[in-house]
Design a protein around this ligand. Structure first.
Ligand SMILES: [Fe+2]
Length: 392
């Protein structure tokens, strides 16, 4: 456990390393958090839920508690960028302090239920590793100087490969995580759902296909859009995915040429749904996606591959999180865990949609066929894209 703990903690610091202290403090929009805050908050999680007391500075719980009402009051989410103090250096010292406390703690006789919280803390930190990259991408995209996170070439790709489909008869199928192994509470309990015959696309929607949607007036035709989505298109003057530019696409490797055959990325649920309408298909249900993905191994383009941008593969996993038509709701029989960690997922189960599959900035070890990510339908700063489905 200690070696996995060190590995996960070390990766967070390596992801932060290309960023200057100035980069690590600024918050570019209320949904995003500064890198420094992610580094401190993930540390606070172990200190609060495993060590069980504030060992470094009692004020840090107020600064770095995210949303746990049961733990106490906290600094406002939208104003995390105002926390110029404590400094990046102090946060690094806080990390080292809690890592030492955790090493001592894990060397002792740790009961199973506490080991489960350590495991939760590690998966929590992996979630924040992805958030750190999503948030710093948004921040750097707004910088008039060079917004490169790390330099490097991206694969150039070719033409969009022909679209093929995997058909399924559906029927009564089991979905969700079984009792064994790690899973977040929102993946449980495993249960049966009834699916009509369907087919799921074997690859993601590509930039070339999205360009055809744009060229066909996709962002100017209200008949393609949900009402809330159409209102946003007009209010925000959306004309293309979030990071498309006249000269290419903003990536974590700076502005790069748009690769036709690469999966489209940084689209909202509204855009994904409008595209699906336009193309004569629909978004998959989360159970449809899971049924197909559960028979495949977790392969594809993840954070471990260090590309940091979608490239496309034949796997249902990796590259981009895929919007599903399923709203984020509790599974039948869902029960939140007792205590403060019960606030982890359950209280967010409204007004959001489920995304599946993991992305090029998700650690591979973090992804499972049963994994349920979720965002509000207007969100597009996540590495989110589209895989189509059709009813048979
Ligand atoms: Fe968190």
């Amino acid at each position: 456990v200690l070696s996995r703990y060190r590995e996960v903690r070390d990766l967070t610091d390596r992801l932060a390393a290309p960023l200057s202290p100035e980069d690590q403090v600024v918050q570019s929009m209320p949904d995003c958090s500064p890198t420094k805050w992610h580094r401190a908050h993930t540390t606070w999680f172990f200190e609060t839920f495993v060590v069980g007391e504030a060992t470094y500075d009692p004020r840090f719980s107020y600064f770095f508690n995210s949303y746990y009402e049961a733990v106490g009051p906290r600094w406002s989410r939208a104003e995390r960028g105002l926390l110029t103090r404590p400094s990046v250096e102090t946060v690094a010292a806080y990390r080292r302090h809690v890592d030492d406390a955790m090493a001592t703690f894990l060397a002792g006789d740790v009961p199973d239920d506490v080991l489960e919280i350590v495991e939760l803390g590690l998966h929590h930190e992996e979630q924040h590793q992805e958030l750190l990259l999503m948030d710093c991408k948004h921040l750097l995209s707004r910088n008039p100087e060079d917004g490169t996170y790390v330099a490097g070439e991206l694969p150039t790709g070719g033409r969009t490969p022909k679209l093929t489909w995997t058909a399924s008869e559906g029927g009564i199928v089991g979905v969700g995580a079984g009792p064994d192994g790690f899973g977040f509470d929102n993946e449980r309990p495993r249960h049966d759902v009834l699916l009509a015959p369907f087919e799921l696309a074997d690859r993601l929607v590509t930039n070339e296909e999205w360009q055809a949607f744009v060229d066909d007036g996709g962002y100017r035709r209200p008949e393609l859009w949900l009402s809330d989505g159409w209102a946003l298109v007009q209010a925000e003057r959306w004309e293309a995915p979030l990071y498309w530019l006249p000269e290419g696409e903003f990536t974590l490797r700076g502005v790069q040429p748009l690769v036709s055959s690469a999966p489209v990325c940084h689209v909202s649920y509204y855009e994904a749904d409008a595209f699906a309408h336009w193309s004569g298909a629909r978004l998959p249900l989360e159970a449809e996606w899971e049924l197909v993905a559960a028979s495949r191994s977790v392969a594809g383009n993840f954070l471990d591959d260090d590309v940091l941008h979608p490239t496309g593969s034949e796997s249902p996993f990796g590259d981009v999180w895929q919007w599903t038509a399923s709203s984020y709701s509790p599974y039948p029989g869902f029960r939140a865990a007792p205590g403060a960690v019960g606030e982890y997922n359950g209280k967010f189960m409204v007004n959001q949609h489920v995304l599946r599959g993991g992305s090029c900035v998700t650690p591979r070890s973090h992804v499972r066929a049963t994994y349920r990510n979720f965002y509000p339908p207007a969100a597009r700063w996540a590495f989110s894209g589209v895989r189509l489905a059709r009813s048979l």
